[in-house]
Design a protein around this ligand. Structure first.
Ligand SMILES: Nc1nc2c(ncn2[C@@H]2O[C@H](COP(=O)(O)OP(=O)(O)OP(=O)(O)O)[C@@H](O)[C@H]2O)c(=O)[nH]1
Ligand SMILES: [Mg+2]
Length: 85
């Protein structure tokens, strides 16, 4: 398969992102789903900084899985916003 065909195939797949607060096991879950140790896991909060993408098959469906950095939530009165750690 040509590189262009591979890219077209990947771009047609749905992307599923694993999001959540820091240090809750997102990268461990990501590695479990893809069946490889690709994402770095550690007991130290804030380990994942850059997103990691990998092909995965979940329930018989192909997708692109994304591991993300932990998100902290900050409340400022009625203005609730989030940012990456
Ligand atoms: N008890 C328990 N610990 C877990 C579980 N999953 C992951 N851990 C541990 O929790 C810690 C954090 O795991 P990570 O997968 O690095 O967590 P993360 O959410 O990716 O962390 P950040 O990238 O820092 O946001 C590690 O020490 C893991 O071994 C789980 O299901 N149960
Ligand atoms: Mg992580």
């Amino acid at each position: 398969m040509s590189l262009l065909a591979v890219l077209r195939n990947l771009m047609s797949l749905p992307v599923i992102a694993i999001i959540g607060r820091p240090n809750v096991g997102k990268s461990t879950f990501f590695n479990r789903l893809i069946g490889e140790r690709v994402a770095v896991t550690s007991p130290v909060s804030g380990t994942t900084r850059d997103r990691v993408y990998h092909e995965a098959e979940i329930g018989g469906y192909q997708c692109i899985l994304a591991d993300t950095g932990g998100m902290e939530f900050e409340n400022r009165g009625s203005d609730s916003r989030f940012f990456r750690s």
